[in-house]
Design a protein around this ligand. Structure first.
Ligand SMILES: [Zn+2]
Length: 632
């Protein structure tokens, strides 16, 4: 029996019966094997015009057929499949063109009628990848490309994605090399034929290919090899020092010590070093997309803050891909995902991404603490929206609500705070486990128990909130449901994990090295915890903290600072003015700001001085943060 999932939804709605006839039949997915195999051929040679050309052969039987373009993307946790860039769709059977009709209620579904006598249809289309970043991630340059299979495939409705077999192949520009978790069956010139794989895992196995390519072995001699496949804008960026290589090898071993198991038969970090192709951080079961700046290795110190990208994405192989929230694991890419457990998926991965950066040596303890201070300050004073109207649980809806679009008042609206707020919750959990067990247990025990089973298996192992609670309770009995719900559903504070680890958050008039580096990277001066805003080099105002002195004075993010106390805007001069106003309460801070074509002078009544977050030791308690960050 074929079920239509839309029918149920709409029957319950107030729509007139007459409109039901307009609902096309999108068959619900069944957990049965798809008969046959999709033969997918992608021509990725047109990097000059940034066009992927797709040809698919899809086994079919006479009657109605619905082809789907993936809408809900794993890792994005949102309905962001780039359907706006699919063009030129032509469907044929037995050499005759079939008329296709897009579903009137689901723009990702295409209906065709397969004629009598046909055993397959052929679909051809182009994926017109972005020409500039306003259209999305740029994924083709003269030197490299990033192929994501969800963007270049249609698949038949009616079957679980993992029950559809595929035989993929790709033609690359002449002489290019490729990194991917897919296994190569054969190579014929510049065309690579991959071994058959189910559609769910095909979408989970992107390709990074390039003119300049390097492959590093991160676990020599291992039964489950781990490699780093790097493409770069130019050969000079491929220089990786032995010291750098050692840190990434440490990362692999530290992860194995943490979890005691891994969930792949081989793993590839797919790395792009580019200032042309857009950056990326996207997890997969047996690979990750790690797109960073061209000079990541060659300007090692400057790029310190970007290094936890690798530990973060690698951690997702355990947390997110293997163990996945039950509501997030859908049978196809066109069924809505439930994001309620992203505070585990992304929150704990944010936590381990930074802890493992420290344990592997990618980050110093000092850099890790400075970064933690920055995160803690955000949830101490920098998210007035979470203290007033939203909570962390509700932010798990943001991949669907905001889809990473820029927001007018980020700090007040809150968005995807389950990452960093989640990180602080898990730091708090670690402290609580240590306290309950008198130092015998900690969050490493949770990691091993929750993510470290079934070594080598890489199917999906789903979990619920109750499973998280039970695992914690098995380690140290406590009201964990109440503990977690208070933090997820309440309005803070979320910084309790600092105190339990023997550290305090303080604000001084000196920025930490991590804050200075963040300022340099963003080309901004950060006055968030003093005036309540950040200002770009050109005076453009970034986020303005809700209810801060700047906000109360009438400043908004769209304005530009032209002058401070009668002189051209300069970040260092503004710092001096803030310091002077703290010493002498009579001293004013006057900003000349431009709003559209209007100029006005804004007087900010602020005498608290410069303020930047730092962690300082509370020597009355043990430094268990040092233990957390120590290599195992
Ligand atoms: Zn992540």
């Amino acid at each position: 029996m074929k079920l239509t999932r839309l029918t149920a939804v709409l029957a319950a709605s107030a729509l007139a019966l007459a409109s039901l006839s307009a609902i096309a039949d999108v068959p619900a997915a069944q957990n049965v094997p798809f008969p046959g195999s999709l033969k997918i051929t992608v021509d990725a040679t047109d990097v000059a015009r940034r066009i992927f050309r797709v040809h698919e052969v899809i086994p079919a039987q006479p009657g109605p057929l619905t082809l789907l373009y993936p809408q809900w993307l794993p890792g994005n946790h949102s309905p962001t499949g780039p359907i706006d860039k699919l063009a030129g769709l032509v469907v044929t059977a037995n050499g005759k063109t079939l008329a296709w009709k897009r579903d009137s209620l689901n723009v990702y579904a295409f209906h065709v009628e397969v004629p009598a006598g046909a055993t397959q249809v052929e679909a051809e289309f182009q994926y017109l990848s972005p020409q500039d970043r306003r259209q999305g991630r740029v994924v083709m340059t003269p030197e490299m490309l990033n192929l994501q299979w969800n963007a270049v495939t249609l698949y038949p409705a009616g079957y679980y994605a993992r029950r559809i077999n595929t035989e993929p192949s790709v033609k690359l520009p002449a002489g290019w090399q490729a990194g991917t978790a897919l296994e190569v069956a054969s190579r014929d010139g510049d065309t690579i034929h991959f071994k058959p794989i189910d559609y769910e895992n095909l979408v989970d196995s992107p390709i990074y290919a390039g003119k300049y390519f390097k492959r590093l072995d991160l676990d020599p001699g291992a039964k489950a090899p781990v490699h780093m496949d790097i493409v770069a804008d130019a050969p000079k960026y491929l220089e990786v020092t032995p010291e750098q290589l050692k840190l990434f090898r440490n990362l692999v071993q530290q992860m194995y010590k943490l979890y005691g198991a891994h969930h792949y038969d081989h793993y590839d970090f797919l790395v792009s070093l580019s200032d042309k192709m857009s950056g990326n951080g996207l997890e997969h079961h047996r690979s990750s997309e790690d797109g960073t700046s061209a000079d990541f290795f060659t300007e090692w110190t400057k790029n310190v803050a970007a290094r936890d990208l690798f530990s973060h994405e690698f951690n997702h192989s355990w947390d997110g891909k293997y163990r996945r929230g039950a509501d997030l694991y859908t049978p196809t890419f066109n069924v809505p995902m439930g994001d309620s457990l992203l505070w585990v998926y992304e929150g704990q991965t944010q936590f381990w991404g930074q802890v493992m950066a420290a344990r592997s040596g990618l980050w110093s303890d000092e850099h890790t603490r400075d970064t933690l201070a920055y995160v803690a300050a955000t949830y101490d004073r920098g998210r007035p929206g979470l203290a007033s109207w939203r909570n962390v649980q509700d932010t798990t809806n943001d991949p669907v609500i905001a889809k990473r679009a820029p927001l007018p008042y980020r700090n007040y609206q809150a968005s995807e705070d389950y990452y960093s707020a989640g990180q602080l919750i898990w730091l708090d959990v670690d402290g609580q486990l240590r306290q309950l067990s008198h130092g015998k247990k900690n969050i490493d025990d949770f990691a091993k128990a929750f993510f470290g089973m079934e070594n080598g298996k890489w199917d999906v192992n789903t979990y619920t909130f109750e499973d998280v609670v039970k695992t914690l309770d098995d380690i140290a009995p406590y009201d964990w449901a109440g503990y977690l719900r208070t933090r997820l559903d309440g309005h803070g504070p979320l910084t309790g994990g600092l105190a339990s680890h023997g550290w305090k958050l303080v604000y001084t008039d000196q920025p930490s090295a991590a804050v200075k580096a963040a300022e340099a990277r963003r080309h901004q001066a950060d006055f968030t915890y003093s005036l309540g805003l950040s200002i770009g080099k050109d005076g453009s105002i970034g986020d303005v903290l809700w209810d801060s002195p700047a906000f109360k004075a009438g400043i908004s993010p769209g304005m530009t600072v032209i002058a401070v106390n009668g002189h051209d805007y300069d970040a260092d001069d503004l710092k001096d003015v803030i310091t002077a106003a703290a010493k002498n309460k009579g001293e004013a801070i006057e900003l000349l700001v431009k709003n559209f074509n209007e100029y006005k002078t804004v007087r900010i009544d602020y005498h608290g001085g410069l303020k930047y977050p730092h962690l300082v030791r509370d020597t009355s308690k043990l430094d268990t943060l040092a233990d957390l960050l120590k290599a195992r």
